[in-house]
Design a protein. Structure first.
Length: 273
């Protein structure tokens, strides 16, 4: 997802400040981290202050216990003077063909419910017919490759005019991006956030604050004169061993009411013809 937390200034200080950053972010003391990583508080202190250079294995072990994102684990290794451990394979590479096939089968099986896969910059890399049906009316310039889920949702020429609870949904998406930025400090993601946060509200956007669901915020959207309501879920891969795979996210939309569940087969079937 672009540049990592280990920018030029941070790399100049070595791996110690980076590890301290991740430890403090995790809310752990040096002793707590040492106990988890089978080390000592003294050794952790020496690493963080630059008095000791950790081994490659120690960097990876600490990163695992601190739940550091895969891309940032590579950054830690580089800052410590080692080569990156995790490859970053293009999604269209032959070696990832089984992964792509599995995602496509999963998305198809989820129909008629909408589902899509995005990368770390919210570029849509795959989607099913349920999602495509909802994009009717979205301006062509937003659908040009590679389409971006945030732009499609928040741009006045995208889904924004049809989202009944636009203010809540916009706030939810921007907060989601802010959480990622606090974790990754990615310049491309920062630029995307500033772009979509600066979009003008659609007509009536300042007034479209809806009612929240009983247990989760729904996406309430108009489609061809009907109102559809969805809860969304986001899933990622467990223990990814590749940077590209680690940043893929599968978003699925679950009908939030019986009316939406009943309408979807008709909507997707009609729009797919």
């Amino acid at each position: 997802m672009g540049s990592s937390v280990a920018d030029a200034d941070t790399r100049a200080g070595g791996v110690g400040p980076l590890l301290r950053h991740w430890r403090e972010r995790a809310g752990l003391s040096q002793l707590e981290l040492a106990l988890r990583a089978d080390s000592s508080a003294r050794h952790i202190s020496f690493v963080e202050t630059g008095r000791t250079r950790p081994s490659r294995e120690m960097v990876l072990r600490l990163a695992e216990h601190l739940d550091v994102p895969v891309r940032e684990r590579n950054a830690l290794l580089v800052a410590a003077g080692y080569a990156p451990h995790y490859p970053e394979t293009p999604l269209d590479a032959p070696s990832l063909a089984p992964l792509r096939g599995g995602l496509e089968r999963m998305l198809a099986a989820y129909e008629p419910y909408p589902a899509l896969v995005v990368d770390g910059r919210y570029r849509v890399v795959a989607a099913n017919r349920g999602l495509a049906a909802l994009l009717e009316g979205v301006a062509g310039h937003l659908l040009q490759a590679p389409p971006n889920a945030m732009r499609i949702t928040l741009h006045p020429d995208g889904l924004a005019p049809r989202i009944r609870n636009f203010l809540e949904w916009r706030e939810h998406l921007l907060e989601q991006m802010q959480r990622q930025l606090a974790l990754l400090r990615s310049q491309p993601l920062r630029e995307l956030y500033e772009e979509v946060a600066g979009y003008p509200l659609p007509a009536g956007g300042t007034e479209r604050r809806g009612t929240e669901g009983p247990f989760a915020l729904p996406l309430v959207i108009e489609h061809q004169g009907r109102v559809l309501s969805f809860f969304s879920t986001m899933a990622t891969f467990n223990t990814p061993m590749d940077v590209t795979v680690s940043e893929l996210a599968i978003e699925t939309f679950v009908p939030a009411d019986p009316e939406t569940a009943a309408l979807l087969p008709e909507v997707v079937g009609r729009d797919s013809r």
